[in-house]
Design a protein around this ligand. Structure first.
Ligand code: DON
Length: 588
């Protein structure tokens, strides 16, 4: 257990919504239906084709990161070497989410069938953080204090997490994994359309901070345009210090000092001790099963794995394959199951170093069966019947996921973030990187939603040194101890449901990985009480859902899920999400 900071974490015992839940143990009484026969190879005539290769595959949200990671595989590196290289490269080429100022989770499942491992490098609340730090004297939450101020930043975990992954499972020295990122920062790269559009959209928020303006905009304040070369000399120097000194080159010395000075100038809380005390944690992933497949996904402090397994457990009781992809019946059952899971999330989930989470109960088949009893086939249950809350709005989000498989069958699934696009918007002066605003993932006050409309309570209150609850769900599905599907997504609260649907698209609907990634998605998170759908769900289906009492709202694209599937003959299939114009899957 991580007790990295000087503060001793306290364990709070939570009382359950149903006493039965806590008493439940993992049960193997499956209501498994007939298993599908797989044919997800590339089929001529299909509308979406995955990349295919036989030795290695990388899928990321930025082509330049995909390329440098693929090169590592081609040169004999393993999946962890390639993933860490991609992680640092994305910190340069995709500053809206790729980062060294944030945190995330990496799931590693070796080709030898040994137990998968999760590296938790989620940010932590600084030692000076308090439960009410985002409230005024009368207890009201102060808008944006947890999002756009120096108090929004958690202690960054990315550098320590990527270094730990490399140390435990990689073959490359850290210096070598950083080399492509340093080159991209120093020499610059040609910016794609999406890069300049992002900077245009966030201009007002970012240009409040002189260091952000100087780092990411031209001298006249205009954004870098598609086709122009963008260089980041300060970031190159920061990365070089890590290459020269290891993690100490970030958590101590000049970079640490620049972070602390930035905090001191603006009333932030991160101290030298917070930085020096930061430790990533090796955790056991959540393990569940779905129709004969093993599902491994992220354990707390992410809620992702728990609720993916919980929703799959509920859905296993329905003949989803027969009901059909995105039919009204399937969407109805998915939405009902999602509501129940997100209601539980608001009550039970938090950092297990601080609170007890009834993980076994939440992910048990027996509990799913109990929940299923209350789902009606022809009628939506109003969210109010399940739990209380206020319908909130959404903020523009950005996180990034990448998946890698190497020639030994080792798989890495990594999601990391600075929370919003460009995080807090605050660049550490002199160090050239953005700070996260992950503190907004804590519950600023019980019942008050975060930026993704997620409600939290006691389990996810702010405490010094605690990790804020996440939805990030790096996931690896195995069949008979062999890695089969490597997947994960950005999307805030929608990460869980996005990842869930790609798993279902492959297992229930027998889609090839590119079709599974591209297919229109739906989302329900209990509150607000509505099904969000992407374009591409038929008006007939929407009407059928409305007739059952669902509110259906068309949403913009949800998630950006970069996935790899391994065929029975070992062929690797990559599916990059077309929802991000810079996504790519490449193999060799
Ligand atoms: O950890 C979480 O759940 C959020 N901070 C993730 C934010 C996110 O995915 C934004 N991206 N699209």
């Amino acid at each position: 257990m991580d007790r990295g900071l000087h503060q001793q974490p306290r364990k709070t015992r939570l009382t359950g919504r149903s006493g039965a839940l806590r008493a439940l143990t993992l049960s193997l009484c499956l209501s498994t239906l007939a298993m599908p026969v797989f044919s997800q190879a590339i089929l001529e005539g299909e509308r979406f084709h995955p990349a295919s290769a036989s030795h290695g595959m990388v899928a990321t949200s930025h082509t330049l990161a995909t390329e440098v990671a693929l090169k590592v595989l081609e040169n004999g590196g393993n999946a962890v070497d390639a993933a860490v290289t991609a992680g640092f490269a994305l910190a340069v080429t995709q500053p809206r989410s790729g980062n060294i100022g944030g945190g995330g989770f990496m799931l590693i499942s070796k080709g030898d069938g040994s137990e998968p491992e999760a590296i938790d490098y989620r940010e932590k609340a600084p030692t000076g953080a308090t439960e009410t730090m985002y409230q005024d004297e009368s207890g009201e939450v102060v808008k944006n204090r947890s999002r756009f101020t120096h108090l929004a930043a958690g202690v960054p975990g990315t550098v320590a997490g990527l270094a730990m992954a490399l140390d435990r499972h990689g073959t490359l020295p850290l210096k070598q994994a950083l080399a492509p990122a340093i080159k991209l920062a120093k020499d610059g790269f040609i910016v794609p359309q999406r890069f300049s559009e992002g900077l245009e959209q966030a201009r007002e928020r970012l240009q409040r901070w002189p260091a952000t303006q100087a780092t990411f905009y031209k001298e006249d304040g205009s954004a870098w345009q598609a086709g122009e070369r963008f260089r980041q000399p300060e970031l190159a120097a920061t990365l070089q210090r890590i290459a020269d000194e290891g993690v100490k080159g970030f958590y101590q010395g000049e970079t640490a000092q620049l972070i602390v000075e930035e905090m001191e100038r603006h009333g932030g809380l991160i101290t030298q001790q917070d930085l020096e005390g930061y430790q990533p944690v090796v955790r056991a992933p959540v393990h569940g099963s779905y129709r004969g497949y093993d599902i491994f996904s992220m354990s707390p402090p992410s809620s992702g794995g728990t609720h993916i397994v919980q929703i799959l457990n509920i859905l296993e009781g329905y003949p989803i394959s027969e009901l059909g992809h995105n039919s009204a019946d399937t969407i109805h059952y998915m939405a009902e199951a999602m509501k129940l899971a997100y209601a539980d999330r608001s009550e039970y989930l938090g950092d297990t170093d601080y609170v007890d989470v009834p993980l076994k109960g939440l992910t048990s088949k027996l509990y799913a069966e109990e929940l299923r009893q209350d789902i009606k086939p022809d009628k939506a249950r109003p969210a109010g019947e399940i739990g209380p809350g206020q319908p909130p709005g959404y903020e523009s989000p950005e996180t990034t996921h990448f998946s890698v498989v190497d020639k030994w069958g080792n798989a890495v699934s990594n999601t990391y973030t600075i929370n919003f696009s460009y995080g807090s918007g605050i660049t550490v002066q002199g160090a050239g990187f953005l700070l996260n605003n992950e503190m907004d993932d804590f519950s600023a006050k019980p019942g008050v939603p975060n930026a993704y409309g997620l409600i939290g309570g006691e389990a996810n209150k702010v405490e010094p040194g605690k990790r804020m609850l996440s939805s990030m769900s790096p996931t690896i599905v195995r069949k008979d101890d062999r890695n089969f599907l490597v997947t994960g997504s950005p999307g805030g609260s929608r990460i869980i449901t996005t990842t869930l649907q790609v798993i279902m698209n492959v297992i229930d609907h027998d889609m090839n990985i590119q079709t599974a990634v591209s297919a229109p998605r739906i989302h329900h998170q209990w509150l607000p009480d509505e099904i969000r759908i992407e374009q591409g769900i038929s008006p007939d289906t929407i009407r059928l859902l409305e007739n059952r009492g669902h509110k259906v709202v068309t949403n913009s694209a949800m998630g950006a899920i970069q996935s790899i599937m391994i065929g029975e003959d070992g062929t690797l299939y990559g599916g990059a999400d077309p929802r991000r114009s810079t996504s790519s899957a490449m193999g060799y």
